[in-house]
Design a protein around this ligand. Structure first.
Ligand code: AHM
Ligand code: MG
Length: 344
């Protein structure tokens, strides 16, 4: 059986693009190498040198840093930073952008990553992942400016994620379809397993941390109550699926359809998930697979962030499910100090 490797696929796609220099292919090849190193480390976590547990550090988000978080951040930063293809790297784990020094040959791309998403699942053998996003340097000259770091979501050149799960899967889009590759651990090679992924137009599951019910506003409670109502002709009630690792919840949603939500709440009034490292790359992927991503009232890819660690609410998944969420959120209006559900 003839099998297409990830690198072959990236090269073929780059050839379609007139004027391509090969720099993008080199960057993707380095991401692939880093992801294989993380995959190996995740798969053997618990054996030998102890990589499980906390580092004792608190990151820029105020969260405890796991050893594997740290390992992934360092591995990606070193490999991508020395690849000669990027001029800056931003990471969920680092407060500021890392600007590539002149001696490391800065390239024309900006690389953004959540090096290991779903940290709370690391020690319990549940899927975790890496999310990345690539932009082109916009400003003239050698200096990396805010214009380069804060670009509108739909200016991404490519985005992808790697799920470290029962198998390791690498999913990416450079704007020409969404493609998934599964790591063959015996060969250490990613092979095309999910060509041209399309998300179902409507799903039958919703995904949210319902333990936050008490800190949700009435609009969000009404939306979830609606999804649970018995109404077989419209496919309700929806099933609840929530892993608590965005990459894993998103991957299931992409393959099966449905709605993933992380709304704003009293604890996180801006929302919990980050624009650059989580929402924007997954929005870029879902749109290229035929789905939608929204804050509840605004298309994610229309947003230009103001800071590296900006957060926002996220509703992402099948087109009809995200539209349904948007219209339900909009139809709940404030009345007499209480939110009232209007559409019945
Ligand atoms: P992390 O990037 O620090 O791992 O946090 C992001 C994670 C997402 O993977 C997941 O969707 C969400 O946080 C889960 O949050 P909660 O535990 O509040 O449900
Ligand atoms: Mg994350």
């Amino acid at each position: 059986m003839e099998r297409t490797t990830l690198l072959q696929h990236i090269r073929r796609q780059e050839k379609i693009n007139p004027g391509a220099t090969g720099e993008f292919t080199s960057l993707m090849a380095e991401i692939m190498v880093a992801s294989k190193i993380i995959s190996l480390e995740v798969n053997s976590a618990g054996i030998g040198e102890n990589i499980l547990g906390l580092t004792g550090k608190i990151n820029v988000q105020g969260e405890e840093v796991q050893k594997l978080d740290d390992f992934s951040d360092i591995t990606f930063t070193k490999i991508i930073g020395q690849s000669g293809t990027v001029c800056a790297i931003t990471s969920e784990e680092k407060e500021d952008a890392y600007i590539i020094p002149a001696e490391d040959n800065p390239g024309k791309y900006i690389f953004m990553m959540d090096p290991l998403d779903g940290s709370s699942n690391i020690d319990v053998n549940v899927n975790i992942g890496t999310i990345f996003s690539i932009y082109r340097k916009k400003s003239a000259g050698d200096e990396v400016t805010d214009e380069d770091l804060f670009q509108r979501g739909d200016e991404q050149v490519a985005a992808g994620y790697i799920v470290y799960g029962s198998s390791t899967i690498f999913v990416y889009t450079s704007g020409q379809g969404v493609h998934g590759f599964t790591l063959d651990p015996s060969l250490g090679e990613f092979f095309l397993s999910h060509p041209d992924l399309k998300i179902p137009e409507q799903g039958s599951t919703y995904s949210a941390n319902e333990g936050n019910w008490g800190i949700w506003d009435e609009t969000q409670k009404n939306l979830v109550s609606f999804l649970k109502e018995e109404n077989p002709s419209s496919g309700r009630p929806y099933k609840l699926r929530y892993i608590g690792s965005l990459v894993a919840d998103f991957h299931r949603t992409l393959l099966k359809g449905g709605l993933f939500m992380y709304p704003k709440d009293k604890k996180s009034p801006e929302g919990k998930l980050r624009f650059s490292f989580e929402a924007a790359p997954l929005a870029f992927i879902v749109e290229h697979a035929g789905g939608k991503a929204s804050t509840g009232d605004t298309r994610i890819l229309d947003i230009t962030p103001k800071g590296i660690h900006d957060r926002l609410p996220l509703y992402i998944g099948s087109q009809k499910d995200v539209e349904m969420a948007e219209s339900h959120l909009a139809a709940t209006v404030k009345k007499g100090g209480w939110f009232k559900w209007l559409s019945g």
